[in-house]
Design a protein around this ligand. Structure first.
Ligand SMILES: COc1ccc(S(=O)(=O)N2Cc3cc(-c4ccc(C=O)o4)ccc3N(Cc3cncn3C)C[C@H]2Cc2ccc(O)cc2)cc1
Ligand SMILES: [Zn+2]
Length: 331
């Protein structure tokens, strides 16, 4: 049932965490190469592997993943000329999939499987005069790509390869009066882009430049009576916004500003007890993307049956610790 721009949780939604169902769902996802959805997501396969592996890592189930097959796939997706990595074999390299590949290899501690100098060459070639980043050779600018650039380079300990000051200046030029951020200067504030911009400032240790209270206030206003969070005013709640909003509030050290119990109820209700996995909201089709953000959100809410997730990188905290990375958190 829909009240205005919100959902009404019916009585028969899941109220406990169905970990085994999610592990089985992700372990079987992609086994049937002819599966319609599997074919329809070839253009984002590398990210699909990152979402699936990270979710399995958080459930301590990554041993069920075909590790060597994944590593060989990543090696075959790196473009020798540009150094960039594509979503699938033969596709164009893009900064989104270069990041996903580096995140997966960092979790596997197998960065030796790719030409790391090639990745540095690709990412630095995307930075523009104003400090912004293209996603690929077609030249689209988006703060999402700034976040991909600094996350990728920091994971391989090469943040020095770009102009960090200009990268930060461009992100700050996208700050709006509500304290939020959009994809380019003047773009409307959106929870997903706020996560990207706050994450960029966290990695570059420049969170001092944020208007933390105004921003945290705008983020908390995303919570609806159902407990779910939306991405912009007047929008429906969506599970992945739970992650964008909560990880941003975590970096701002204001996660206590949301109603945790209500939000946890919405996340648990977005599970599918039949198929396993999480969907964008209760009753819809599940997918690996929302399954990761459901589990990561519960981890941020303190659910200890899930491993700790790092709010900046959306990767297991133990991986960030092993890499000796210290993304800034406000105090
Ligand atoms: C089903 O329609 C879409 C629309 C956009 C995309 S997207 O790649 O631009 N992207 C990520 C995303 C992925 C999925 C999905 C389905 C199956 C799999 C297998 O791994 O992954 C589903 C949705 C989705 N979206 C769209 C979306 C999420 N919540 C509401 N919507 C409309 C997000 C979208 C943008 C994006 C976000 C984060 C990120 O790291 C990368 C891309 C993908 C499918
Ligand atoms: Zn979503």
């Amino acid at each position: 049932a829909f009240t205005k721009n919100d959902v009404k949780l019916s009585g028969d939604v899941p109220k406990t965490l169905l970990l085994q169902k999610h592990s089985d769902y992700l372990a079987s996802y992609g086994l049937n190469k002819d599966d319609f959805e599997y074919c329809m997501t070839e253009h984002l396969r590398m990210s699909g592997i990152y979402w699936t592996l990270t979710a399995m890592e958080l459930m301590d189930q990554s041993s069920r993943m075909p590790k060597e097959e994944i590593i060989e796939f990543i090696t075959s997706c790196q473009d020798n000329e540009s150094g960039g990595i594509s979503a699938s074999i033969g596709h164009d390299p893009h900064i989104l999939y270069t990041l996903s590949a580096v995140q997966v290899l960092a979790m596997y501690d197998r960065l030796d499987a790719i030409d790391v100098e090639g990745v540095v060459r690709f990412v630095t070639s995307m930075q523009q005069e104003d400090g912004s980043f293209y996603g690929d050779k077609w030249g689209e600018v988006d703060t999402r790509f700034s976040f991909c650039a600094v996350m990728t380079l920091s994971l391989i300990q090469r943040l020095d390869a770009i102009n960090v000051t200009k990268a930060v200046d461009f992100v700050l030029s996208c700050m709006n009066f509500d304290g939020g951020f959009g994809s380019r200067p003047g773009s409307e504030s959106h929870a997903g882009l706020i996560y990207c911009c706050v994450g960029t400032l966290s990695i570059c240790k420049r969170m001092d430049a944020l208007h933390a209270d105004e921003l945290a206030w705008w983020l908390c206003e995303r919570q609806l009576p159902s407990g779910g969070l939306n991405g912009r005013p007047e929008k429906l709640p969506d599970l992945c916004y739970s992650w964008w909003v909560m990880s941003s509030l975590s970096m701002l050290n204001r996660i206590h500003w949301v109603d945790k119990n209500n939000l946890e109820q919405f996340i648990l209700a977005s599970q599918d007890a039949e198929t396993g996995g999480f969907s964008d909201r209760p009753g819809n089709i599940t997918d690996p993307f929302h399954t990761l953000f459901g589990l990561a959100g519960l981890s941020l809410l303190g659910n200890t049956s899930i491993k700790r997730v790092n709010p900046t990188y959306c990767m297991p905290q133990e991986t960030i610790d092993r890499l000796k990375l210290e993304p800034q958190i406000l105090h």
